[in-house]
Design a protein around this ligand. Structure first.
Ligand SMILES: Cc1cc2nc3c(=O)[nH]c(=O)nc-3n(C[C@H](O)[C@H](O)[C@H](O)COP(=O)(O)OP(=O)(O)OC[C@H]3O[C@@H](n4cnc5c(N)ncnc54)[C@H](O)[C@@H]3O)c2cc1C
Length: 427
């Protein structure tokens, strides 16, 4: 089957849906998601979203991001991220995200590792869930946005080095989508690792397709290992994350001999390395995180999701240490994009974790990922809004292509269908 849309967006996380919501209302947009619309890393985010609190914070936030990234960041991209942060947080609030407030009714900013000041907005410890729910609800109310769940991107359609669409599998059928612009918002690579905090379905599909089509990648050696995932014997399941905000609020790490071995608020790569060292030296596969001093009532209110998830796993964090060890968490590298999220292929954009804007450098500063998804997917949307009327309707190219674009081989179709079943089982 062939179908025509103005914009195809692959991915229903923060970057895919926020991009869709910032596109013009007269554009016909299709968002596809490999599994259910909420099966995303976005939904799992706990800590929050960084934001420059005011003009005085711009330089400090920039410096914190660069220091955490070991100064391998793209400075121009970091400046864009920081300067557009508050605008996008306000826009997210207008879409329906209700961030926590302090006693005076002002935004309640919390702190995480390597941030010099409190600058993270959050909804308790489930910021991702509330953000995802607000974006999904808004997208579902938008008449110009259609969402296909359980729909699997297997390739793009390329004509004269231009992206003119993509090949999808939905309900065991091949659909060729032709689009004036295609946006990859297909997330990270954690599903490729046994030991990762990510949704198991996220296996870097967009990046694989980019390699196949010679689209430029950047910083693919920069993979973040989070120091504190809940420790469990290997189960071949996603590791449950113990958010950095617990350390931001004073949580202490000790080895099994009760000795503190690191300043808990150093950047993630430094803390992970220190934890690995302790694990090696003590020959015990975890270290302990202690937040009991915060008090039962505070813990249950502020960290309710983490409290409940740990309880399900047999640990009462108001009374016991939390056993933690490192796990793959985030991909700083990805499909190389410019400041408007354009890839090296005409008409193809990449946003969110699958892209590499260069803002993270060698190591992401906590809570900068959702922000990157917001800032740069809005920029992609703005670019598409301004340029799409000048793009030829892909129907012309399709007439030429029809001769060469064949049905998938039975073998490829079987593989795609198997992958979709796998996603359904893992959702
Ligand atoms: C446990 C956890 C906690 C986190 N906490 C925070 C935090 O507090 N603050 C922060 O800033 N960041 C946090 N992060 C990182 C952040 O959540 C992610 O980097 C961000 O949400 C990625 O958003 P995204 O839109 O790029 O991708 P995702 O939200 O992961 O969405 C990816 C989408 O791509 C789709 N997709 C993938 N492949 C295909 C395909 N072949 N065909 C069709 N669809 C496809 C998926 O179905 C999905 O809809 C956390 C991450 C994890 C795992």
């Amino acid at each position: 089957m062939n179908k025509f849309v103005d914009v195809l967006i692959v991915g229903s996380g923060v970057s895919g849906l926020y991009c869709a919501l910032n596109l013009r209302k007269d554009l016909n947009i299709l968002v596809v998601s490999k599994s259910k619309v909420s099966c995303t890393n976005t939904y799992l985010a706990q800590g929050g979203i960084s934001v420059a609190r005011d003009k005085n914070d711009v330089d400090l936030f920039t410096e914190d991001t660069l220091r955490a990234g070991q100064y391998k960041n793209d400075l121009e991209a970091v400046k864009v991220l920081v300067s557009e942060s508050m605008y996008n947080i306000k826009r997210l609030m207008s879409i329906g995200v209700e961030f926590d407030r302090d006693d005076q009714g002002e935004l309640d900013f919390t702190k995480e590792g390597a941030h010099s000041i409190n600058r993270i907005v959050h909804t308790k410890d489930n910021t991702g869930e509330s953000t995802a729910k607000a974006l999904i609800s808004k997208a579902k109310q938008s008449e110009n946005i259609t969402i296909y769940e359980d729909t699997y991107l297997i390739d793009i359609i390329e004509d004269k080095e231009m992206c003119i669409g993509a090949i999808l599998i939905k309900e065991n059928e091949q659909i060729n989508i032709y689009a004036k612009s295609v946006v990859f918002a297909s997330g990270g690579i954690g599903g490729l690792f046994n030991n990762s905090t990510n949704q198991r379905i996220l296996k870097g599909d967009g990046i694989g397709i980019a390699v196949k089509h010679n689209i430029d990648l950047k910083d693919i050696n920069y993979i973040q290992i989070h120091p504190t995932a809940f420790y469990e014997e290997e189960k071949n399941e996603r590791r449950f994350l113990i958010s950095e905000s617990l350390r931001g609020e004073g949580g202490k790490l000790t080895n099994i001999n009760g000795e503190r071995f690191i300043n808990e608020l150093l950047p993630r790569d430094v803390v992970s390395e220190a934890v690995y060292k302790e694990i090696k030296e003590t020959e015990v596969s975890y270290v302990n995180l202690d937040i009991r001093f915060l008090g039962k009532d505070y813990i249950i209110n502020r960290f309710s999701s983490i409290y409940n998830e740990c309880l399900k796993r047999g640990t009462d964090i108001t009374k016991e240490y939390i056993k933690v060890s490192p796990a793959q968490h985030f991909f700083m590298g990805g499909i190389k994009v410019d400041l408007n999220s354009k890839t090296s292929m005409e008409n193809l954009y990449a946003v969110g974790e699958t892209s590499c804007t260069g803002i993270h450098g060698a190591n992401r500063l906590a809570s900068n990922s959702l922000l990157e998804g917001l800032v740069f997917s809005r920029r992609a949307a703005n670019m598409i809004n301004d340029s799409i009327d000048k793009i030829n309707n892909p129907v012309v190219a399709v007439n030429n292509l029809n001769k060469s674009l064949k049905e998938l081989t039975d073998e490829n179709k079987k593989l795609a269908i198997k992958t979709i079943r796998h996603c359904k089982i893992n959702n």
